[in-house]
Design a protein around this ligand. Structure first.
Ligand code: AMP
Ligand code: ZN
Length: 465
């Protein structure tokens, strides 16, 4: 079956055909670095990682661009409250963002353009809009004239009857109910302190929406394949991006618009402003394994809402543990006769996995396929009906699935000398019935992320997920 995505622009699943065969250009709205990102934000970045990984799995060469918003109302307010420069203020959160990506094993995009390093591109785009009559000046600001773009509303399907001609919004915050002329450029005012650029447009700074149009077109061209973000970005941010870009170039901006559903907490969107959020750091401090968090954020279809609970996180942890146990079981398989059933199980699983992922990235069914395979192969292992050669094939297939999942990459359990020594010491303590010491050593080993299980064959080391 062909690869299909649900396109917000048409509200339909459409076959994905790239502009240039074999290549995909995709732009993802990235973080505003005024604070640590919360795991709701990471649901968006996880969905984009899944999309990227699956496109790569299908053999596409992906060029992914994710912007870093390092100048806007919130970053300026934050730096002024702390009395430090904007760049000093945002650096901490930029660094934290990249660290968090690594914790979650999110592949790096090819480009992470920062808004403050692309003022020239934004100014050029605004100049073009002014020249063509799509923008106008008002008290030092420059606004996009909404009524000049006849297709406004085509992405969000928003009805324009409540459009007030000439109504303006300068703030970067969302205006939920009302479509308005929006600021492309904001003339300096006192609240901006020392944050401004002297440009041909005057002294000031860019609006938020223009940033994504200018930077996506710089790195991907005026017309590209995929643009993503959370569903809260559809209006007004992405609608405004379309209006600015298509007015400036006269071309269709993006072919496929993909949006993820929210991460929710007790029926409400996880958001800084509601105070109902966890950062990744909050969860890591509670000793949750980042791979369990990754699995949780990924395992529900990206367009569905996902309710965050600690129970869900426990379930994610157990799911990964099962996968690791499975790999460990496979590694212990002894030499037996090859079993032709294994080949057909693997082939079927691979086909089904690709079928469901081709269908708008149906990862929850994809995981179902993998766990069915785990169950069937585990049965063969228990019955000693699988050879070492078969087991290696299964491991290889699991690694191939994991190119998409990204949760098993760090699976090799290699015990260093110190841990081996501790295990020996603990055995001795147990032999001497010194339970207190044995327990103390066990805890020390656990701190290294390793659990010791005592089995009739002796102690077994397992990864602590
Ligand atoms: P922001 O920093 O608010 O612009 O958000 C960065 C990305 O995270 C955007 O794509 C948002 O749509 C997305 N996002 C924000 N909150 C959530 C949430 N609770 N669930 C899923 N995605 C979110
Ligand atoms: Zn954006």
């Amino acid at each position: 079956m062909a690869l299909r995505f649900f396109n917000t622009l048409t509200r339909k699943k459409e076959e994905f055909v790239p502009i240039e065969p074999g290549k995909v250009g995709m732009y993802c709205c990235g973080p505003t670095v005024y604070d640590y990102a919360h795991i709701g934000n990471f649901r968006a970045y996880m969905f984009e990682d899944l999309l990227r990984r699956y496109l790569e799995y299908k053999g596409f060469k992906v060029t992914q661009v994710m912007n870093v918003t390092d100048v806007d109302d919130k970053t300026i307010a934050g730096s002024r409250a702390k009395n430090i420069s904007l760049s000093e203020y945002t650096k901490r959160y930029k660094d934290a963002f990249f660290e968090d990506l690594d914790y979650l094993n999110i592949e790096r995009a090819e480009h992470f353009p920062e808004a403050t390093a692309h003022i020239k591109e934004m100014v050029d785009l605004v100049k073009k809009l002014l020249d063509k009559g799509y923008a106008y000046r008002s008290n030092g600001d420059i606004y996009f004239k909404l009524s000049s773009f006849k297709e406004y509303g085509k992405l969000s399907k928003m009805k324009l009857e409540n459009l007030k001609i000439g109504a303006r919004v300068a703030s970067d915050e969302y205006e939920k109910e009302q479509a308005s002329d929006f600021a492309l450029w904001k003339g300096w005012d006192q609240k901006d302190g020392d944050v401004f650029w002297e440009t041909e447009l005057g002294k000031g700074r860019p609006g938020w929406h223009i940033e994504c149009s200018a930077m996506s077109m710089k790195y991907l061209g005026e017309h590209f394949d995929i643009h993503t973000g959370g569903e809260d970005n559809i209006f007004p941010h992405h609608e405004n991006e379309i209006a600015q870009s298509e007015s400036a170039t006269g071309k269709k901006f993006v072919n496929f618009w993909l949006h993820n559903g929210f991460l929710m907490v007790e029926g409400k969107k996880m958001a800084k402003s509601f105070g109902n959020y966890y950062t990744l750091r909050d969860l890591l401090n509670k000793e949750y394994n980042p791979m369990a968090i990754r699995y949780l954020l990924m395992s529900t279809h990206y367009r569905q809402q996902l309710n965050f609970t600690f129970q869900g996180l426990e379930a994610a942890k157990n799911a990964i543990q099962r996968l690791f146990d499975f790999l460990d079981n496979l590694k212990r398989v002894k030499e037996e006769k090859d079993n032709s059933e294994v080949d057909s199980l693997l082939q079927k699983a691979k086909m089904k996995f690709e079928d469901v992922l081709d269908d708008d990235l149906n990862i929850s069914e994809g995981l179902g396929v993998i766990f069915d395979l785990v169950r069937d192969i585990n049965r063969l292992i228990d019955d000693e009906k699988i050879s070492r050669n078969d087991a290696l094939k299964v491991i290889e297939q699991m690694r191939s699935f994991d190119k998409v999942l990204g949760v098993l990459e760090k699976d090799e359990l290699v015990l260093d000398e110190r841990i081996k020594e501790l295990i020996k010491k603990r055995e001795l303590a147990r032999f001497e019935k010194n339970w207190e010491l044995a327990d103390k050593i066990r805890k020390e080993i656990e701190k290294e992320g390793i659990i010791i299980e005592d089995t009739p064959e002796g102690p077994k080391a397992k990864r602590k997920i």
